[in-house]
Design a protein around this ligand. Structure first.
Ligand code: PLP
Length: 401
């Protein structure tokens, strides 16, 4: 009989969204006609941009013709046409990338989880609390010790490094899921300095960079001096371009990023990450990469920003409602998430049940993202405009009662 990886037994038994789905299903069984509005799961609702559809169609047509058909992609790291498009996009932020620093993937979640493969299990892993659950789960699955740094009301849900604490791997996400907070250049510089002192590596998740509007919030950690020597960046087209059902993202591992192995051998992180991916990943489909490259054309960027502007307007509507109700929140700006303090001292799950049963609105209890999420609640701006307005009207009536 095989043994199993018993680290899996130590994971939280119920994944947050499974719990939510169970509660919503029970509510709908009791109230089948309830006009439910879902503002919980962070999935997009607008279709992908027309330029992406056209590029994908063309890619599919090419696959059906002998002369242009493509099988396995040689490197599995992404076609140069897409990597060049990504590098061109980073130039807009004055970040220069070599094509060998970019690896295309089927979405950021895979690489957020897979990157742990290349690091030893004895590393001290520092994760902000609350956080996107993949960081914690993927490290716990491989038996690592995770330590937490508080993101809370006191620091505006933008955790800062504690010089008294040592870490080897540091997960940062900005703009943040779930809290909507975003690091300024100066705040990121503090983390880079901390990483350098600790000889640590930052795993930086920029999945929501396209929502940034403030000029002092960087789109990429590499906009900040010194990051190329200590940070890996992960990004995704899921929220940027509505690719949640298309599946495409990319990871940047700077060629300057090196560590020393126990035998004193100098190891390039890009090289061992490439080795890992070469063994376990065969690349992203050609038509999807064609669509992804179209995102970064002038027309593509114009079209995706029309969708982002729609979500940003939803976020502004939610934020305005919170202002009117005098409910404290972070996010809404630079982010599609509004992270609000549960009114009247309610717990996260109490507010969840209250909104579900009183006004048929579904959000996400902050407690599901970590202990500092208790007493907080996440609403997303990815919904339909009319439903967002309707949900906020219902909330105003309920809370101001
Ligand atoms: N990172 C963060 C912070 C996210 O919120 C998500 C998705 O919700 C992802 C990464 C993964 O996105 P995908 O796998 O769709 O690229």
């Amino acid at each position: 009989m095989p043994t199993i990886n018993e680290n899996f037994l130590k994971l939280e038994k119920n994944y947050l969204f499974i719990n939510i789905a169970k509660k919503v299903n029970a509510f709908l069984a009791e109230n089948p006609d309830a006009p439910l509005i879902r503002m919980g799961i962070g999935d997009v609702t607008l279709p992908i941009a027309p330029v992406c559809v056209e590029a994908m169609k063309k890619g599919v047509e090419e696959m059906g013709v002998k002369e242009t058909f493509r099988g396995y992609e040689d490197s599995g790291a992404g076609y140069d046409f897409l990597k060049e498009a990504i590098a061109g996009y980073y130039k807009k932020f004055h970040v220069s990338l070599e094509l060998d620093e970019i690896r295309v993937n089927d979405g950021a979640k895979s690489d957020c989880g897979n990157i742990v493969d290349i690091f030893g299990n004895d590393n001290v892993v520092l994760i902000t609390d609350p956080a996107y659950p993949v960081y914690v789960d993927s490290n716990k699955m491989s038996g690592r010790t995770v330590i937490y740094v508080d993101s809370n009301e006191a620091n505006g849900f933008a955790a800062r490094p504690d010089p008294a604490v040592h870490a080897d791997l540091i997960y940062l996400c900005s703009p943040n899921n779930p809290t909507g907070s975003a690091y300024t250049r100066a705040q990121l510089k503090e983390w880079i300095d901390y990483a350098k002192i600790n000889q640590a590596i930052i795993i930086y998740d920029a999945a929501y960079e396209a929502f940034i509007t403030d000029s002092d919030v960087p789109h990429s950690i590499y906009e900040v001096e010194g990051a190329k020597e200590c940070a890996i960046e992960m990004c995704s087209l899921s929220k940027t371009a509505g690719f949640t059902g298309m599946r495409c993202g990319y990871t940047i591992v700077p060629l300057a990023l090196h560590v020393t192995a126990s035998n004193r051998e100098d190891v390039s992180i890009a090289q061992i990450w490439g080795r890992r991916q070469g063994s376990k990943f065969n690349g992203v489909s050609y038509p999807v990469q064609c669509a992804a490259a179209a995102v970064f054309t002038d027309e593509g960027l114009k079209q995706i920003h029309e969708n982002i502007a729609y979500y940003q307007e939803n976020a502004a509507i939610i934020a305005k409602t919170m202002d009117e109700l005098r409910i404290q929140y972070t996010g809404g700006k630079n982010s599609p998430y509004i992270w609000l303090k549960c009114p009247n001292g309610m717990s996260s799950w109490e507010l969840f049940d209250y909104l579900l049963y009183e006004i048929a609105v579904v959000g996400t209890p902050g407690e599901g993202f970590g202990k500092n999420g208790e007493g907080w609640f996440r609403l997303t701006a990815f919904g339909d405009r009319d439903r967002t307005i309707e949900a906020m009207e219902r909330m105003k009536k309920l809370i101001s009662k």
